[in-house]
Design a protein around this ligand. Structure first.
Ligand SMILES: CC(=O)[C@@H](O)[C@H](O)COP(=O)(O)O
Ligand SMILES: NCC(=O)COP(=O)(O)O
Length: 241
């Protein structure tokens, strides 16, 4: 069965916009779990623009599903992850000035650094995922680096402005998923997925998990967080029937 990791970053984005205590990403995570989320994803960015260290600390003890911590491949973040010990860590690229995570990790270029991080985190019992583009070179490098999981960046598919472009990016994702599975990896996907574009991706049978945040938080404004999560999960499950 396909799983849903609910990303709560943008609940924290709203809180940080005013420096208030609300809305609380912890509360959002607990509601998401009660609505059927299979994991909670959160990205502790180096610039702390949304999720804060305290959120990660508190959530680690309160989640009843899995914590999927997204982090850059830096000494600071690896140290935090080794202390927090999330179930899963998803290593992502980060640029301070970016609006959002604009591409996948370049595992080929930073191979030694990423392999070392995979070893360290793996030895601590944390399952490592690499957030990469739908690119055969990157997928092969991820497997060689020793990551048991990859997450295919679906941003190009989600942002496509024409049907043809979307179809092209869909086929790239589909091929990437097949390659990852043939290499024995668990394959997840995410970024930019929303209620209108999720089903084609969710229907790819070898995908284990989708991580979705921005669209769910946006939908929650109109229908509430619980229903927003339930609707997304329902669409995903329907696509596998
Ligand atoms: C890696 C990833 O895709 C998520 O972290 C998501 O992008 C969260 O939103 P921001 O990129 O705005 O931090
Ligand atoms: N790794 C992708 C993720 O966690 C959610 O991305 P988005 O749905 O907020 O674009």
């Amino acid at each position: 069965m396909i799983e849903l990791g609910v990303n709560i970053d943008h609940v924290a984005t709203l809180r940080q916009a005013r420096g208030t205590k609300y809305p609380d990403p912890i509360e959002a995570a607990l509601i998401a779990e009660s609505a059927g989320a299979d994991a909670i994803t959160l990205h502790l960015r180096e610039d702390r623009r949304h999720i804060q260290d305290r959120d990660v600390e508190i959530l680690r003890n309160r989640l009843t599903t899995r914590m999927n911590l997204e982090s850059a491949v830096t000494d600071e973040m690896i140290t935090i992850a080794l202390r927090i010990k999330p179930h899963d860590i998803c290593l992502v690229p980060e640029r301070r000035e970016e609006l959002t995570t604009e591409g996948g990790l370049d595992v080929v270029k930073h191979f030694d650094q990423i392999k070392r991080a995979c070893e360290k985190l793996g030895e601590a019992g944390i399952r490592v995922s690499l957030f990469i583009n739908a690119d055969a070179l990157q997928i092969n490098a991820a497997a060689r680096a020793g990551a048991p999981v990859i997450e295919i960046h679906t941003g190009s598919y989600a942002d496509a402005h024409s049907f043809d472009a979307q179809e092209k990016h869909f086929l790239e994702v589909q091929e990437a998923v097949g390659l990852g599975r043939n290499l024995g990896l668990k394959v997840n996907a995410g970024h930019g997925l929303h209620y209108e574009n999720v089903q084609a991706i969710a229907a790819i049978p070898e995908i284990s998990e989708l991580n979705i945040g921005h669209a769910i938080v946006a939908r929650a404004i109109f229908v509430g967080f619980k229903l927003a999560v339930q609707e997304m999960k329902q669409l995903m499950l329907e696509s596998r029937k």
